[in-house]
Every structure is written in C-alpha cells, then in structure tokens.
Ligand binder design. Structure first.
Ligand code: CIR
Length: 260
C-alpha cells in the first residue's frame, strides 16, 4: 500500500514562518478546506491518508515534508532550520517509526525535508537558508550505506530546493532556474516553469500522476504538453504561508498497515 502522512492545518497558521513573502491574512477555514481537497486527491490516487493532529503552538505543522526524508529503506528525521519548527518533528517521527527504521539529523546540523529531492539513487540537497553544510554532510554519511549519493545544489531567492525544482518523471525535472545554480543539477531534461509562474516548479509526483496547484495554469499546460497526467488541487491559501503541494505530505510505499 501507499501511505500519505499529512497533518491538519494549525489554527495558528497565520503565525507561520515567512522568508520570501509578505505576510497577508490567511483564512484558516479556507486553508483547511483546500487541505482536505488535497488529501482527497491523494486518496483518489491510491494513498492511504494518515492525518496527524496539529496544535496552536505549531503554526507550520501542516508542512510535514520538512520533518523527514522517507526512503524505501529508512526514514531520516530532519532537524528544521527554523527553530520554531523543531517541535513539529516528534509526532512525524513517531508516525514514521511504524513503517521504517529511522535515523536522525543531529545538531549543529540543520536540514529541511523540502530541500531533499530523490532522483533515482541520487539525492539532490538544497544548500538553502534552512539546510546547512553539516546537514548535507550528515545525510551523505547516513545514506551512503544504503547506496544513495548526495549532490549539493545551491538555492537562492526561494525557501527550499523543491520550491525551485522537482522531478515530474524519472528523466524530467520541472524547474525555475532563476532560483538555483543550474550547473549543480544532474544531466537530465529540464522543463522550465512559465515565466509568470515563478512558484510553478513545485509538483508532487505520485506514481505516474502529478499533483499540482490549480493556481498555476500556464505551467500546467507545459506539463500536459509533455504528456503528463496532471491532477489540480486548490493550493492558494497555504501558498500564502510559503507552502506548495509537496510540502503537505510524506508519501511512501509500505508493505502493510502501521503496527497497532
Ligand atoms: C516555513 O517557512 O517553514 C513554512 N512557512 C513553509 C514551509 C514550506 N515547506 C516546504 O516548502 N517544504
């Protein structure tokens, strides 16, 4: 079965971390409705959705992606670069322990899951405002034994690596090359976002399907022109919190249901 771990939108989401965006009001009810639609989309694609509860002291906890990196063999429990977000980690780690052995990023390293993109046996890791050199080094050290190599990608002007690039097929990246050093990318075909949609590089691939923000129609056309099957979800409310579609889930295969 395929599991998608999600987490409810915190009633305090308006107090989220913001780095590259101006703060604007966030409608919690609308954000929750959109989040439910996102979960329904994941379920329609065959995922068993496991929603964790949130809390007022965890404004950004809906963005579960940042708390871990889940691979087939192991889950890496992250240490988010924003101190306010470290309290989010234990509940996500506890959920993942039901499915995978876990290893942990330790201080002084910082690493956000949003900075890690798996492409085959290679992990592209953003050197961002959230993930430091020690975080990348620890990841490399922990995952070499599992046969993964780690490639550092410099990120600038956006929050995470996956704001700037995601993989939409085994051999195709979707990217906003203004936000990363394109020389750092592996030698794969790159589809550019539409110039009027700088946030368009964040796509969530589930099997052969692409989950994508409904607010980005021009880049969606480019994806569809490549023959990709795109499922749109409303994502505008959480975009105000600097989150995209990959940020709101951890999706992985599991042989069976979580232990009781
Ligand atoms: C933050 O700044 O940490 C949150 N407001 C947004 C996190 C989005 N997560 C992601 O891109 N993986």
């Amino acid at each position: 079965m395929r599991v998608a771990i999600t987490r409810d939108v915190s009633p305090a989401v308006a107090r989220c971390e913001l780095t590259h965006l101006e703060r604007v009001p966030i409608d919690v009810v609308a954000a929750r409705l959109q989040h439910r639609a996102y979960e329904a989309c994941l379920a329609s694609l065959g995922c068993t959705v496991e929603r964790l509860p949130s809390a007022p002291e965890l404004p950004d906890s809906v963005f579960v992606e940042d708390a871990a990196v889940v691979l087939d063999e192991v889950a890496v429990i992250a240490r988010p670069g924003a101190p306010s977000r470290r309290l989010e980690v234990p509940a996500v780690a506890a959920a993942l322990e039901q499915y995978r052995p876990v290893v942990r990023v330790e201080a002084p390293a910082t690493l956000d899951g949003g900075d890690v993109l798996r492409v085959g046996r290679e992990l592209l890791v953003g050197r961002s405002g959230r993930t430091n050199a020690a975080g990348i080094a620890q990841l490399r050290g922990m995952l070499g034994a599992y046969g993964y190599s780690v490639r550092e990608v410099r990120v600038h002007g956006c929050l995470h690596l996956k704001s700037a690039v995601t993989a939409v097929a085994d051999d195709l990246l979707l990217a906003n090359r203004r936000w990363l050093s394109a020389d750092d990318l592996p030698a794969l075909d790159v589809l550019d976002v539409h110039p009027e949609e700088p946030f368009g590089a964040n796509a969530l691939r589930i099997g052969d399907a692409i989950v994508y923000a409904a607010e980005l129609p021009r880049t969606r056309e480019r994806l569809e022109a490549r023959g990709l099957r795109v499922h749109t979800v409303p994502a505008g409310e959480l975009a105000k919190a600097e989150g995209g579609v990959t940020c709101c889930s951890l999706v992985f295969d599991a042989p069976q249901r979580a232990k009781a």
